[in-house]
Write a protein of this length. Sequence first.
Length: 95
Amino acid sequence: MYDVIGIGSCFVDYFFEVDSKTLKKFNLKPEDDFLFKDIEITPKEIFDKLPYFAKSPGGISLNTIAVLGSLNANVSYYGVVGNDKEGKYFIDNID
């Protein structure tokens, strides 16, 4: 029997290192959380112009389950993974 079961969307989270000049160029602040449709930059521009320094399997439900598991809760996770390069990365790197 599980203590907690997470059900959610599977994502690959990307982490970028940027300086204040880059943030200013895109009219962003370090604490900003945004949707691409709300700003004047596309995901392609982000990936073309900013080198990422890390990526990991993620998503709110999965991240919560990972933390609970690290606290010795007996956890499980259910989600749908795409049949593409990001889905393969997700499956290959989920712990």
